[in-house]
Write a protein that binds this ligand. Structure first.
Ligand code: ADP
Ligand code: ZN
Length: 527
């Protein structure tokens, strides 16, 4: 809307107070704002909920001209613009969802100098008309939101982001501020290179989210485990349940509704209107559960999400951090709960093997998966491990499952040796044997397949009766996480790694975490 009066540009603090109604800047906001107001470039790495938006909104109001915000979140632009309009900020957007006359109005307002903020989808900048339009007006700054989308290796890659380096070429005097909640040093370095932000001042906040309780449990009967969690700890709470496949999203939503929990599905296979409706309901109605693929969530500002549950293993620690980060933005206690099992590892390995891209790309994906597995199987504080992944240090938090009920470890060297020798014995036969078959052999199970293949004759047949099948699967998972074992292909074939030899030769011991009793989806809270 262009009817509201423009706020008087004042100092950043005056703008913060009069326009946004906040008393003071938080964390590094003031320094970021000063940098950009002074015409410098900035790279801002702050977790979700830290308050990144004000880092460019305040300078856009303080500096003359329009702040141009590049954002991939077309679906949220209307909401963002409405929220700003409610504060008296003159904001508008240009994207492909608009009618021609709407676009004309926005363009006219921009040229007349009547816009404080203009949101653009990145693909707009590949349209010469848009660039010409921008050149005819006055630009206060460029804000590149969700800057990690420039990373070709990341899970949110948007090819259009690669062209954004041109902003610095065409408008060398306009400050640029890139923002993201993805924090690895590799991603930051890639943003700097691809957006040519070598001269930008970097602002890196702590990525700790102390109010989120991290919990990772063995997957057994996932939907039932989820139901227990929701009923015992999150009755009536809003939350997000992430599933890997669209089918699983649909089925889980149906399941929850049948159990009396109002759940909405969200994935890219649903009609756009249905998606938009479900998202709007989730944002506005209290206590709804969104069951979604990772297509859902980026940029969603719902402060009171009380839990984020993963029914499948995320592909990377970055993804896990981003998705769980949508819980508890209001600072109140929230739960990040993940159920994972061996089948997750096998299916992810299959996806990696069949993914596009060269060997280096697949190796990177595999490294992401390994880091995620290590987080799942750690006996240390989850938060320490998570922050260490982002290059940040922390003390054991007292608010994650490994802190509140420390897993017992045991000397698993002998079982590890038995398992690795079974894998080794099976390796030279031209067949594919997954964990299930290997465990059958160790347990001495005379399944039809074991008998038919003559595996009852193997020296390792029946040597592992000290553990049950579930415990053996746990050993397999943990050896995978410790990279003492790997999954060779999409069939789940187990193979030895370079490090396996030392275990087989008795040169190193293997510490394993004791498996929680079956179906322990939730822990009992200490009173
Ligand atoms: P991010 O983009 O980093 O995820 P947002 O910009 O959406 O975070 O801000 C998260 C919430 O914190 C918003 O509700 C915002 O209004 C609030 N917020 C940001 N900065 C401040 C501040 N200085 N004082 C009070 N609230 C703030
Ligand atoms: Zn902890």
């Amino acid at each position: 809307s262009t009817t509201t009066t423009p706020p008087d540009a004042g100092t950043p603090l005056e703008v913060l107070r009069t326009v946004f109604g906040y008393d003071s800047f938080r964390g590094q906001q003031a320094e970021v704002v000063d940098t950009v107001v002074g015409g410098g470039d900035a790279l801002v790495l702050m977790p979700t909920g830290a308050g990144k938006s004000l880092c460019y909104q305040v300078p856009a109001l303080v500096r003359p001209g329009t702040g141009v915000v590049i954002s991939p979140l077309i679906a949220l632009m209307q909401d963002q613009v409405d929220a700003l309009a409610a504060l008296g900020v003159r904001a508008a957007f240009l994207n492909s969802s608009q009618r021609l006359d709407e676009r004309r109005d926005v363009e006219a307002a921009y040229l007349a100098g009547e816009l404080d903020l203009l949101y653009l989808a990145p693909e707009r900048l590949n349209v010469p008309d848009t660039v010409r339009l921008l050149e005819r007006g006055r630009i206060a700054l460029f804000a590149i939101d969700e800057a990690h989308c420039v990373s070709a290796w990341g899970h949110d890659f948007r090819p259009d982001y690669l062209t954004l380096a041109m902003l610095g070429h065409r408008w060398p005097d306009v400050p640029r501020i890139a923002l993201t909640a993805t924090a690895t040093e590799a991603t930051a370095a890639e943003i700097v290179t691809r957006l040519e932000l070598q001269d930008a001042t970097q602002f890196v906040a702590s990525f700790d989210r102390p109010n989120i309780e991290y919990r990772i449990v063995g997957k057994d009967s996932p939907r039932q485990q989820l139901l227990t969690l929701l009923r015992t700890e999150h009755a009536g709470d809003a939350g997000i349940v992430y599933c890997l496949s669209r089918k699983s999203v649909d089925e889980t939503a149906v399941f929850l509704n049948r159990e009396g929990i109002t759940a909405l599905p969200y994935h890219a296979g649903l009609d756009g209107a249905v998606r938009a409706r479900n998202q709007a309901r989730f944002l506005r109605e209290p206590g709804l559960v969104m069951v979604a693929t990772i297509a859902f969530g980026m940029g969603i500002d719902k402060p009171d999400v009380r839990f984020v549950a993963h029914l499948d293993l995320p592909k990377s620690v970055e993804g896990y951090y981003q998705e769980t980060g949508r819980a508890g933005r209001d600072g109140q206690p929230a739960t990040a709960w993940l159920a994972y099992g061996l089948a997750d590892v096998v299916s992810q390995r299959k996806m990696i093997d069949s993914s596009d891209g060269d060997a280096a790309h697949r190796r990177r994906l595999a490294a992401h998966l390994d880091a995620m597995l290590a987080l799942c199987e750690t006996v240390e504080c989850r938060r320490v491990q998570l922050l260490a992944y982002f290059g940040q240090q922390a003390e054991p938090c007292g608010n994650c499952d490994t802190c509140t009920s420390p897993p017992q470890t045991w000397d698993g060297t002998v079982p590890a040796q038995k398992l690795l020798s079974a894998v080794w014995r099976l390796a030279d036969r031209r067949q594919r044997y997954g964990a299930g078959h290997v465990v059958d052999i160790l347990l001495g199970n005379t399944t039809p397949r074991v008998t038919q293949l003559g595996h009852t004759d193997l020296t390792v047949f029946g040597i592992g009766t000290e553990l049950d099948a579930n415990e053996w699967r746990g050993v397999v998972r943990q050896l995978l996480a410790q990279q003492l074992l790997s999954v060779a292909d999409g069939y789940g074939t187990l193979t030895l790694t370079e490090a396996s030899g030392a275990v087989l030769r008795g040169e190193r011991t293997v510490a394993l975490r004791r498996e929680a009793p079956k179906a322990a989806g939730t822990r009992t809270r200490k009173k």
